[in-house]
Design a protein around this ligand. Structure first.
Ligand code: PGA
Length: 267
């Protein structure tokens, strides 16, 4: 994917896919984290057009990174602070993430927004992390839906708020993850591919409006929320998204591998 900095995109060609595992605050020990990662690593994924990113808790990043010398799995953090350094107890900077040679970071996940992260904070994080050269996976998603269609306006406002002050020449490494909050962590409530495609088109339209056609078109848009091996292929290929952000199932090496394999079949 764009981690490899492809030169020119041929829009007629199917785009490469990005599959991101968000481990959240699991598992409870470094021993368990290593076990999960080693098990996942041992699976052979042949499709070179799928980029996999693992985002474990900060404290496991360095150890897991050292268990892997290949070029097919990337690592990312689940959050980042917007300052370069300073008196911010408990926070982690983009520079620190980069110093571990981790290339990705998730920003604005709904579970962080639920504990008080505002669009303004998210925008500052996105801006600084992009400036430092990280690939930023910006999460957006409505809490609920009703028939009035208010969620469309909600998403548009969240997108614009989360990207406030970010210029078109800064978004080369931006990825958007659309994650309807009501579908996260629920099991069988993933959104149907048709509705996912609709949301993707709304996000795409907004990106084009904000950053112009070529840049807006090039920003990958992922889906997240109860993705598993039974729905992954249709979400990606019928929903026409550029990949998945997977929570719970990314901690299960068999299931996470199966998700990758299922998406691979579509190429
Ligand atoms: P889930 O989580 O796959 O467990 O629904 C997705 C996410 O929170 O990113």
């Amino acid at each position: 994917m764009r981690a490899k900095h492809p030169k020119k995109k041929n829009t007629k060609q199917k785009r490469e896919k990005l599959i991101v595992g968000n481990w959240k605050m699991y598992p409870n020990s470094i021993a368990e984290a290593k076990k999960i990662f080693m098990n996942f690593k041992s699976k052979r994924h042949q499709n070179t057009r799928i980029t996999t990113v693992i985002c474990p808790p900060f404290v496991y990043l360095n150890d897991l990174k050292h268990l892997y010398t290949g070029a097919k799995i990337f690592f990312g953090a689940q959050d980042v602070h917007w300052a370069k350094e300073g008196a911010y107890t408990g926070e982690i900077s983009s520079e620190m993430i980069k110093s571990l040679r981790c290339r990705f970071v998730i920003v604005g996940h709904s579970e962080r927004r639920a504990i008080g992260e505002t669009d303004e904070m998210v925008a500052k994080k996105v801006k600084h992390a992009l400036k430092e050269g990280l690939h930023v996976i910006l999460c957006v998603g409505e809490d609920e839906r009703d028939d009035s269609g208010a969620f469309v306006r909600f998403i548009e406002e969240q997108l614009h708020g989360s990207l406030a002050g970010i210029m078109k020449n800064e978004v080369k490494k931006l990825v958007i993850a659309y994650e309807p909050v009501w579908a996260i962590g629920k099991g069988n409530t993933a959104m149907d591919p048709h509705s996912i495609e609709q949301m993707k088109l709304i996000i795409r339209k907004n990106m084009i409006k904000k950053f112009g056609h070529d840049v807006g078109e090039s920003i990958p848009i992922l889906y997240g929320g109860s993705a598993d091996s039974t729905n992954a292929a249709e979400i990606v290929h019928e929903g026409h998204v550029d990949g998945l952000l997977v929570g719970r199932h990314s901690l299960n090496p068999d299931e996470f591998s199966k998700i990758i394999d299922e998406v691979s079949k579509g190429f």
